[in-house]
Design a protein around this ligand. Structure first.
Ligand SMILES: CC(=O)N[C@H]1[C@@H](OP(=O)(O)OP(=O)(O)OC[C@H]2O[C@@H](n3ccc(=O)[nH]c3=O)[C@H](O)[C@@H]2O)O[C@H](CO)[C@@H](O)[C@@H]1O
Length: 363
């Protein structure tokens, strides 16, 4: 029996953590005796989410560089050296057969050290605009698994494999019933549900919109399952009621996806890939605050195919109610969006990525 050792690193936001967990789950399915070790950044959400998924994680003292001159920035060189030393120790002790990086600053030192000790490295880039850490690591990586065309703008062409984004399949395999899901969240199975998703950290502008529209949703006879984000929970928990469920974070996304009839969501790459598999009508409100406005690109790619509706943050005040009512009142439009978005799903992405990892094991 093989006893492979895999090291995975990525984090800062759910967008980098969950792909690593999805890849680990598939590797574990194929190699039940394998050992896994995750490496993340101390104090970031991976330190909580990875153990919840059943894996061990070690945290490095590292953070991203800020654009302005701050104390945190002045500390950066020290953090980098300290985390490179810690990463070296981890790699030497664990002796991984393959290292997998899913982006975010935490993965920089670990993958750099793994490369320098001759461990084959695979990178996974979720977005259509590559992250800085993956760009820095690309030169020495063996393979770079991407989800979009045109990534040779950032990475060496011969290393790129288009696989799609890895998804935790248990989360989009909607086995539960509406009754079960509504009971879980304390909502009513006979009512239509608006599911609001602000990405793994929550979204300020979406929260402001939902707060303003609660009366409108109520008038339309809807209930709301509202994931507002850990940072915003104290501010919005006062709206929790029989028809509005406010949550900092949804641990059972499968049940949330089951319950949602219309979904309002940020357009992070992972959210988009999951929503394609879920196949329900979605209104995307992309974050305008991310590198190269990549969430708008993510959402636009679906909107032009009539697979979702996209609303920009700065046009919400004038358009939201009309657009939303148009969708709510048209079963046909809901059906069409649901069917079209599902056509864009890439359900084999994780398997495909793990195939690439396995090729490196055989060498
Ligand atoms: C503000 C920011 O920097 N956002 C980036 C971040 O998004 P973010 O961290 O929001 O990540 P994604 O949209 O890619 O994925 C969110 C993941 O979190 C899960 N989830 C979310 C909410 C919740 O309550 N429970 C839960 O489990 C979702 O099921 C999904 O698996 O990484 C993405 C992938 O690199 C980028 O495209 C986004 O632009």
């Amino acid at each position: 029996m093989d006893r492979y050792r895999f090291i995975l690193s990525g984090g800062g936001t759910g967008g980098h953590i969950y792909p690593a967990i999805a890849i680990a789950n598939e590797l574990k399915k194929r190699h039940p005796n394998a050992e896994f070790l995750f490496v993340g950044a101390k104090d970031k959400m991976e330190m909580e989410k990875v153990p919840q998924a059943g894996y061990e994680i070690k945290g490095l003292w590292i953070s991203g560089i800020q654009r302005k001159l701050t104390l945190k920035n002045l500390m950066f060189p020290f953090k980098l050296i300290s985390s490179l030393l810690a990463a070296r120790k981890i790699v030497k002790q664990f002796q991984p057969h393959v290292a997998i990086g899913t982006g975010g600053f935490a993965s920089g030192p670990l993958l750099r050290m793994a490369e320098s000790y001759g461990v084959p490295c695979v990178l996974q880039e979720q977005n259509s605009f590559a992250g800085i850490t993956n760009k820095l690591l690309a030169g020495k990586a063996k393979k770079i698994c991407v989800a979009y065309d045109g990534m040779e703008r950032f990475f060496p062409k011969d290393k790129i494999v288009k696989t799609g984004n890895p998804i935790r399949m248990d989360l989009v395999d909607l086995k539960s019933t509406k009754d079960g899901a509504s009971a879980f969240f304390g909502l009513d199975a006979t009512k239509k549900t608006v599911l609001v998703l602000g990405g793994s950290l929550g979204a300020r502008r979406i929260n402001q919109l939902i707060e303003k529209e609660l009366g409108f949703f109520e008038k339309r006879g809807l209930q709301v399952l509202w994931q507002c984000g850990k940072l915003y929970y104290e501010e919005y928990k006062k709206y929790d009621s029989d028809t509005v469920k406010v949550l900092a974070f949804v641990n059972r996304m499968d049940l949330a996806y089951t319950l949602g009839d219309i979904i309002i969501s940020r357009a992070g790459a992972g959210s988009v890939s999951e929503l394609c598999l879920v196949g329900k009508p979605v209104i995307f409100i992309p974050s305008p605050n991310v590198a190269e406005d990549h969430q708008t690109q993510n959402a636009k790619a679906l909107a032009v195919k009539d697979a979702a509706i996209m609303l920009k943050e700065d046009e919400l005040d004038g358009t939201f109610e009309n657009t939303f009512s148009g969708l709510l009142d048209s079963e046909e439009m809901q059906q069409k969006l649901g069917t079209n978005i599902k056509k864009l799903a890439m359900p084999k992405a994780t398997e495909h990525i793990v195939d690439e990892i396995e090729k490196l094991l055989k060498k």
